[in-house]
Design a protein around this ligand. Structure first.
Ligand code: SIN
Length: 283
């Protein structure tokens, strides 16, 4: 199935329903011509998916989706993922609340990360709908992890390829009084993963969840992770998106990382994320 997908999505795509405006040559595209408040037809989904595989994160403007429409969009991509601990809205744990205001002590997703990589089967996609934006700021940055891997030397790639890393999350008190949905996850994943659709290799360690590289000393692990976490910060791999109320971003956690900038205190930024279940990462 995945190989068939790859053949389909590696063909040049003749977009008939949407227009695709790249945000940078390496990552990110703004999509026009898709109304996400309506049922996404198979033909539209195929074009969106092809653009997503190429640009890794897609942006849509002026999409006043209801919670049900947001959930339905997520289900086009697959089974929904439930965050281990985050607060949610509408009494539905699939609707993760993304909210920062003058009372917040931290901002969700402030450091570079791939969503919930501490899960054994981490989410493949995240769909963020921002409802309220601050007067200025509150942008999100994404990094292309294929590029992050490809830009390394052949010798360094060879060193990384056989390695596994421990990812772990400790949510105790992280979301204040909100009780976690399930235990603190932890998982072992390859440091370099193969994307199940594109079959391309991507660097898969992130400062949010990756704690230790296995099979080397702790000082070697620390030095290697510090180097890789710094490498991800290279702006040549990035795009940056300025939200407006009812913008939507759909990103691929298998080949990107992101970070949300908190430069707008004490203003409010608020939205909802629907997250789509992924497979166990493989080499
Ligand atoms: C996240 O899902 O990590 C939050 C991203 C954002 O708020 O822009």
């Amino acid at each position: 199935m995945a190989v068939v997908d790859f053949v389909v999505y590696s063909l040049p795509m003749d977009y008939r329903l949407i227009s695709v405006e790249p945000l940078t040559p390496r990552i990110g595209a703004v999509i026009e011509g898709a109304d996400l408040t309506r049922t996404v037809s198979d033909a539209l989904f195929e074009e969106i998916h092809a653009a997503w595989m190429k640009h890794l994160v897609l942006f849509f403007r002026d999409q006043p989706m209801s919670y049900d429409q947001h959930l339905a969009l997520g289900k086009r991509f697959g089974e929904l993922h439930i965050h281990p601990a985050a607060p949610f809205v509408d009494n539905n744990p699939a609707l993760m609340r993304i909210h920062t205001d003058e009372h917040s002590h931290r901002n969700n997703g402030e450091g570079w990360h791939s969503d919930v990589s501490a899960d054994a089967e981490p989410p493949m996609a995240s769909i963020l709908h921002i409802h309220q934006t601050p007067p200025q700021g509150g942008d999100t940055l994404w990094a292309n992890m294929y590029e992050a891997y490809n830009s390394l030397s052949a010798t360094f790639k060879e060193l990384l390829l056989p390695l596994d890393a421990i990812h772990a999350a400790n949510y105790s008190g992280f979301y204040g009084d909100h009780a976690p949905q399930r235990e603190n996850p932890s998982a072992i994943h390859p440091v370099v993963r193969t994307h199940p659709v594109t079959r391309k290799q991507a660097l898969y360690v992130n400062s949010g969840f990756t704690r230790r590289i296995k099979g080397i000393t702790s000082s070697e692990s620390e030095a290697l992770l510090t180097l890789l976490f710094d490498h991800v910060k290279n702006p040549n791999f990035h795009c940056r998106f300025q939200w407006q109320p009812h913008s939507v971003a759909i990103w691929d956690n298998r080949c990107t990382q992101h970070m949300a900038v908190w430069d707008y205190y004490p203003a409010t930024r608020s939205g909802v994320r629907v997250t789509v279940q992924g497979d166990r990462p493989f080499r």
